[in-house]
Design a protein around this ligand. Structure first.
Ligand code: NAD
Length: 268
């Protein structure tokens, strides 16, 4: 039985994660935290998540529950996540990180922990999205540099704070790597005014933010005469939460290292 603690149990993903752990026969809810100073500290985690009283109070410092859990699941903000990564390295805990929007410097800091903690870090924990990444790799390799324009379109709810989504960037990276391109060089994130025609090798990104859209991604390969679109649509946050709990069970058995969902799902 993997003992799981959840950071940010009052958040959108935090509450969904509590539900997902509750539904998993091989995982048990060991605790959860809220932001320091939050009025929700001391509240019952189960009640916060709408699954009924569980007798576990939300803490505002992980130190209070350090002996209770094996794996931490963190879907918060980059700064909070990096602090929790340091905490896990110090205390010999594994961690599953779903937080997106990390800067290059923050990613370098995260990577610096790869020999000190067992971590799964993935911008999208859904099994379907990770299968989609594999399909994109196959499509990009087959189509090659044969005149297909590549565009990534994503849509999310109005509250999302980073853009393009971590998943859209990951899709772009997978396609770019499969084609021997560098996304930093070929990614185009804005087109406005007299920007001229697109170049052959650019990979364009378009972002929509509206209402309660959970997460939709399409990668388009378009040429004269045909267009291939590979689309994934998430209809509930439960898909990310279930993937994260699966990752937590998997990483609990692993040595130190940085892993992603392709490792968890044996898709490499
Ligand atoms: P949210 O704002 O609803 O939740 C974040 C929660 O973290 C808030 O409740 C906040 O109070 C809490 N928090 C902040 N600082 C804290 C601290 N020091 N200790 C404990 N809790 C703290 O956001 P969300 O929609 O749940 O998304 C969170 C992150 O997860 C975002 O980066 C989002 O992009 C990402 N996300 C990733 C996936 C994936 O599959 N990888 C899926 C969905 C969302």
């Amino acid at each position: 039985m993997t003992r799981i603690a959840i950071v940010g149990v009052a958040g959108r993903m935090g509450r969904t994660l509590v539900n997902a752990v509750e539904q998993d026969a091989e995982a048990t809810l060991a605790g959860g935290s809220v932001a320091p100073g939050s009025s929700l500290a001391g509240a019952d985690i189960g009640e916060l998540a709408g699954v009924g009283k569980r007798g576990l109070q939300a803490v505002d410092s992980l130190a209070a529950i350090v002996d209770d859990f094996d794996v931490l699941i963190d879907f918060t903000t980059p700064q909070v996540t990096l602090a929790n990564l340091a905490f896990c390295a110090e205390h010999g805990k594994a961690i599953v990180i779903g937080t997106t929007g990390l800067s290059d410097d923050e990613l370098t800091t995260l990577d610096g922990y790869r020999n000190r903690v067992a971590m799964v870090f993935a911008p999208n924990m859904s099994v379907g999205v990770n299968l989609t990444l594999k399909l994109l790799e196959t499509a990009a390799k087959a189509l090659g540099d044969e005149g297909y324009d590549i565009e990534v379109v994503e849509a999310h709810h109005r509250h999302k704070v980073d853009a393009p989504s971590g998943t859209a960037l990951k899709m772009g990276e997978v396609v770019a790597e499969s084609l021997g391109r560098n996304l930093k060089e070929h990614g185009v994130f804005e087109r406005v005014g007299q920007c001229g025609p697109r170049s052959d090798k650019e990979i364009g990104f378009a972002t929509l933010r509206a209402g309660d859209i959970v997460g939709e991604h399409t990668v388009m390969f378009a040429t004269e005469g045909e267009r291939i679109e590979i689309t994934h649509k998430a209809s509930s946050r439960m898909t990310f939460a279930k993937g994260a709990v699966r990752a937590a069970r998997w990483v609990a058995e692993r040595d130190q290292g940085r892993y992603d969902m392709q490792d968890v799902l044996a898709l490499r």
